[in-house]
Design a protein around this ligand. Structure first.
Ligand code: SF4
Length: 504
């Protein structure tokens, strides 16, 4: 791996020095979790954090990187990774080279590899979970990293473990998803995905936790054998059941699973310790009880998912006096601090008081087209305009729901399963003139058993989206209900408002 990293650094210096094309560099850098940003003058590094666990050693390293490299932007991704932005070539090389010694891999953070393995961020502490899925996610992360160099995937592969039907990591929409069951086993969903042309996963098996890696190996082998290598747009697992037919896909998966068992893929322990799910109790704004008596988690959602470097340092310093406390990243750009005594929880809530003030402000946007090379729209700026609009109107909490904004069809903000989703598109006016716009969806859900994609109600010019959402908010407020009840009572009302703003 050291030799490979040296090759990566040579390519990085060449690219930022003007000696390599963006396309050629992307083909090399993605595998190390690094991409150049829009304009090609600066880059980012994506840090793998299995299950979103940001323990003290990792946090110390990241804060040290911030200090040494003058990093001004740290972004939480929808896959529980952290992205360090606006880096020069030397910073990119240093971070990629040093991170593994601090428990952070970057290899496979991009490119055609198994990506960061996700798990419910409050797994093990959330009273509503069926059992702690984090150990299985961590074992899976180790396993897939151990395969580097011996597998050749057609494209990326996403794996997630959800601890409860809340399905907070979208396990049933991933290439491979494990959904914890009350009986201590997993429902295994395969061949799903939320990118362009999304598909829900197929319920494929019920697995003992010890069998998790057999399923990982089976999915990898089916993907290697049947993934479409001739067409990158269809080179994801979600298209395999269509290509083969569902019955043949299931047979191929079953064969690969049996072969994984014969090939000695390790079985992992310990067996799941199930517990009777209980309701989590909100004891103060953003402070919840844990399954462990006397301990609490604190949530903080910086609007847009960027963690200010100064805040990360303050959190690092505060945690030094709080034994056992640890940061966990969600897939919704919320940061949780777990294992806090009540007094410490109050301290941390005070420290993080600048975050989202309600469910609408806790909306999710991808990093957007000002940073992302392939983005169409500045999703992050749209979110800021929407939050400003909501504050101006002083909408009560719940008037508008959490929305998800993707800057393009790659759907990094998972807009398809948002209560309201926006995705950057190019639309045309009635006169046929091109106009930057967002397609709007409504009614999506990730809740296990009720999963669905939102239905598209039209495309709205970028400039008019805040006015549209303002009209929705005012209508909902006038009804005296929250958005959920208002929408349930008349699902067509949202589309009727949208029709006043759509083009094309
Ligand atoms: S959704 Fe599009 S714009 Fe947003 S981060 Fe992903 S690729 Fe970039």
């Amino acid at each position: 791996m050291r030799g490979r990293r040296e090759g990566f650094c040579a390519a990085t210096r060449s690219f930022y020095g003007g000696g390599m094309s963006a396309k050629e560099y992307k083909g090399i850098s993605g595998g190390f979790g690094s991409y150049s940003q829009r304009g090609g003058r600066a880059g980012m590094v994506r840090l793998r954090l299995a299950g979103g666990v940001l323990d003290r050693e990792r946090l110390d390293f990241i804060v040290d990187c911030i200090d040494r490299h003058g990093i001004g932007r740290v972004h939480m991704t929808a896959c529980q990774s952290l992205q360090l932005h606006d880096l020069d070539a030397e910073a990119v090389c240093a971070i990629v080279g040093e991170a593994p010694a601090h428990g952070i891999d970057t290899f496979g953070g991009g490119g055609d590899h198994p990506r960061n393995v996700m798990a419910s961020p409050l797994s093990g502490v959330d009273p509503e979970g069926c059992f702690d899925v984090l150990p299985y996610a961590v074992a899976t992360e180790r396993y897939v990293l151990s395969l580097a160099g011996s597998i050749d995937l057609p494209r990326k592969l996403k794996i997630a473990f959800a601890a409860s039907p809340a399905n907070d990591v979208h396990a049933t929409f991933r290439d491979l998803g494990f959904l914890a069951r009350p009986d201590g086993r997993f429902d295994v969903h395969t061949a799903g995905g939320l990118g362009r042309d999304p598909r829900p996963g197929l319920h494929t098996a019920v697995a003992e936790p010890s069998e998790v890696l057999l399923h990982v190996r089976a999915m990898i082998d089916v993907f290697q054998e049947h993934g479409d290598r001739g067409n990158r747009a269809r080179a994801r697992t979600r298209f395999i059941p269509e290509t083969l037919g569902e019955e043949r896909y299931r047979e191929a998966y079953a064969r690969a699973l049996a072969e994984a068992g014969r090939a000695g893929v390790p079985r992992i322990g310990p067996p799941a310790e199930t517990y009777a799910p209980e309701a989590s109790v909100l004891v103060a704004p953003r402070i919840r009880t844990q399954r462990q008596a006397g301990l609490h988690s604190v949530s903080w959602h910086p609007v847009g998912g960027d963690i200010g470097p100064a805040m990360l340092k303050r959190l690092r310093d505060a945690l030094r006096g709080m034994p056992g406390a640890e940061l966990r990243l969600s897939t919704d750009q919320t940061l949780h601090i777990i294992n806090c005594g009540r007094g410490d929880a109050d301290t941390l809530a005070g420290l993080t008081a600048d975050g989202a003030a309600d469910v609408f402000e806790a909306s999710v946007s991808c990093v957007g087209a000002t940073v992302c090379q392939i983005g169409l729209r500045d999703s992050r700026a749209l979110l800021e305009r929407l939050v400003a609009m909501s504050r101006r109107n002083a909408f009560p909490d719940g008037t508008l729901p959490q929305v998800r904004i993707s800057g393009c069809g790659s759907s990094c903000a998972a807009h398809q399963i948002g209560t309201i989703g926006f995705v950057g598109v190019s639309a045309r006016t009635a006169d046929g003139d091109p106009v930057p716009a967002y397609a709007v969806t409504v009614g999506g859900s990730r809740q296990a058993g009720r999963e669905c994609f939102g239905r598209t109600v039209g495309s709205i010019p970028e400039d008019r989206v805040p006015a549209f959402m303002e009209a929705v908010g005012r209508t909902v407020m006038a009804s005296g209900k929250g958005f959920a009840d208002w929408y349930a009572d008349d699902p067509d009302a949202f589309g009727a408002i949208a029709s006043e703003y759509t083009v094309g």
